[in-house]
Design a protein around this ligand. Structure first.
Ligand code: GLY
Length: 362
């Protein structure tokens, strides 16, 4: 039962004239179910299969996320992730487990391929929630995680190309555009030329899951902003922002501009909206509207005063309903934004609901 006060406050969250996009993603009610970012399609499929086999929902989503972390072709997560300004891959991840109401996270972790597994070890074996930098690395080594070079040759070439193009006033010579390395060409095709011009591009994988009993879990993992400042941490490892789970209500998470999500605690906000009776999709749209209302800096807005950056939210409720919404309808590749779902109907990409028609410009 939604109280009148909560209902009014949810209406007050929607002062924008822009119609939300496609109605897709309102679906669900089937358990188990997994919802997540589009790069997590196979991850969602695996997590579903694990839950169908009786595996705990957190272990299931971590197994799914590990697929993306291990994939050198996903340059926004784990092994093969785009490095920071200094050419060093620094990873962030968090996990949250509904049944025990526990969480764990790591940030700025170097040399360990599966930060989501380390986050789970933080949750299970320490009194802490978040370990960062060298402390997180030491903890991972103590727990037997192998130390590996996470910088693939492709990511190194992409980073070098970015560095060579940074300034006309440094000592690097601009590479010959006609002789671009195939690795760089492939990166431009997959992530867009703006990923170099404007080194604020985002990736990240998120999965939220609800098992057959209605138990919930979430996991988010990322290599963060492309060419970020060393030590920069976004929303992904922050419980309440990049991921949040309340086993009585639902699970939610985010991909995209972490700084924007940190300012609204999106994961927590979405779960609270669902507690107030909003559907997962509408709760995700509420978070986007909150960002649109509260983003004031001109450099982050387009000429119509709309947030010019990409950000997306994903949510699943205890009943198995799921939803997703994104700020802009179209991805940098020009394709319509989508998200991953896996349930009894199989694993698939569905059309994203969105706040604005068009493409993020930063
Ligand atoms: N959402 C990922 C990041 O901003 O690092």
């Amino acid at each position: 039962m939604v109280s009148r006060r909560l209902f009014l406050s949810s209406a007050a969250l929607a002062p924008f004239a822009h119609a939300a996009g496609a109605p897709a993603g309102t679906g669900g009610g089937d358990r188990p179910v997994v919802v997540g970012s589009s790069n997590g399609l196979k991850a969602a499929e695996l997590a579903l299969a694990r839950m169908q086999a009786g595996v705990d929902p957190l272990d299931a989503v971590i197994a799914g996320v590990n697929l993306v972390e291990d994939d050198p072709n996903d340059m926004s997560v784990g092994y093969g992730g785009i490095p920071n300004e200094d050419g060093v891959v620094q990873l962030d991840a968090c996990v949250m487990h509904g049944p025990t109401a526990r969480a764990g996270a790591v940030a700025s972790l170097e040399g360990i391929k599966n930060p989501s597994k380390v986050a789970k070890a933080v949750m299970e074996t320490t009194d802490h929630i978040l370990l960062v930098g060298p402390g997180a690395r030491r903890f991972a080594e103590m727990n037997g995680f192998p130390v590996e070079n996470l910088l693939t040759d492709k990511a190194r070439k992409v980073w070098l190309y970015w560095k060579q193009n940074l300034s006309a006033k440094d000592k690097w010579l601009e590479p010959d555009a006609a002789k671009l390395d195939p690795a760089v060409q492939e990166f431009i095709r997959d992530y867009g030329r703006d990923s170099f011009r404007d080194p604020r591009s985002h990736g990240t994988v998120h999965l939220s899951a609800c098992d057959g009993r209605g138990d919930l879990a979430g996991c988010t993992s990322t290599s963060g902003l492309f060419f970020k400042m060393p030590g920069r941490v976004g929303d992904s490892p922050i419980i309440g922002a990049g991921c949040f789970v309340d086993n009585a209500v639902g699970s939610a998470g985010s991909t995209g501009r972490g700084e924007a999500n940190l300012l609204i605690s999106g994961g927590h906000l979405i779960v609270e909206r669902m507690r107030a009776g909003r559907s997962p999709k509408d709760a995700c749209l509420d978070a986007l509207r909150r960002i649109a209302e509260t983003t004031k800096e001109k450099r982050l807005l387009d000429d119509r005063g709309r947030p010019a950056f990409p950000i997306s939210f994903y949510a699943v409720s205890k009943s198995g309903a799921y939803g997703m919404a994104t700020m802009w309808s179209t991805r940098p590749s020009g394709k319509p934004a989508q998200f991953a779902v896996a349930d009894a109907r199989g694993a698939r990409l569905e059309a994203a609901a969105f706040l604005y028609e068009g493409m993020a410009t930063i």
